[in-house]
Design a protein around this ligand. Structure first.
Ligand code: ADP
Ligand code: 5GP
Length: 211
């Protein structure tokens, strides 16, 4: 909840590559500027237009391995042949401040975060209308080579099988409808009694209004 004293939410959004999760997550971040974004570490090379520290923190394989050895990741996994991981420090800081944090990570990462933070994690899976449409979107995006696109389409089926580990499914056929659904999940999850109990207690205590 922006600006309120509440327990922070860890909102995980996953999908096969090309289903539209970056587009949907960016819209959510635009509408809710207080929603933090977990910038992952990756060994994947930057795509044209990507900036170190913005979309990802781009690191070498040895650096990534050192970070694993120092236990610096809240979760990490190999996805499409590259390593990706979430900074444990950042997650810890955000949980303490009560801010909400958005993660664009795969099912392996979602599973690890749920295991570590069962009270705080909400998992949303974005479905493409079909595998064929997924491929069309990857080609239309124009950021990956033919070989990379073919690999991503091949593993899409494997990733889709994990939909049953998620709390919510959002079909991204029409972007507006999909965004409305994602927004509804976020808003409803930030208004649960468990998350806002501290707020109710504050009102009950008779103290001044919290900002
Ligand atoms: P992901 O982050 O899941 O890999 P992106 O958000 O990059 O996917 O979307 C892949 C491509 O599909 C982008 O070019 C995006 O503009 C497009 N796209 C996203 N949602 C839709 C939609 N509902 N209909 C058509 N194209 C879409
Ligand atoms: P891309 O290379 O297209 O940006 O991302 C490829 C896949 O890696 C996506 O499914 C994305 O959600 C996933 N991913 C990105 N960052 C992380 C992370 O920190 N951890 C995990 N487990 N997956 C990630």
């Amino acid at each position: 909840m922006p600006g309120r004293k509440a327990r922070g939410l860890l909102l995980v959004v996953s999908s096969p590559s090309g289903a539209g999760k970056t587009t949907l997550c960016n819209r959510l971040r635009d509408e809710f500027p207080n929603l933090g974004f977990s910038v992952s570490y990756t060994t994947r090379p930057p795509r044209p237009g990507e900036t170190d520290g913005v979309e990802y923190n781009f690191v070498t394989q040895p650096t990534f391995q050192e970070m694993i050895a120092r236990d610096e990741f809240a979760e990490y996994a190999m996805v499409h042949g590259n390593m990706y991981g979430t900074s444990a420090k950042r997650v810890g800081e955000v949980i303490e401040t009560g801010r909400d944090l958005l993660f664009d990570i795969d099912y392996q990462g979602g599973r690890q975060l749920r295991h570590k933070f069962p009270e705080d994690v909400v998992l949303v899976f974005i479905l493409p209308p079909s595998i064929r449409e997924l491929e069309r979107r990857l080609r239309g995006r124009g950021t990956d080579s033919n070989e990379v696109i073919e690999r991503r389409v091949r593993v899409a089926r494997e990733e889709l099988r994990h939909y049953d580990e998620y709390d919510y499914l959002v079909m991204n056929d029409h972007i507006e409808r999909a965004y409305d659904a994602l927004r509804a999940v976020y808003l409803s999850q930030t208004h649960t009694r468990a998350r806002l109990a501290a707020l109710a207690e504050h009102v009950l205590s008779g103290q001044e209004q919290l900002l």
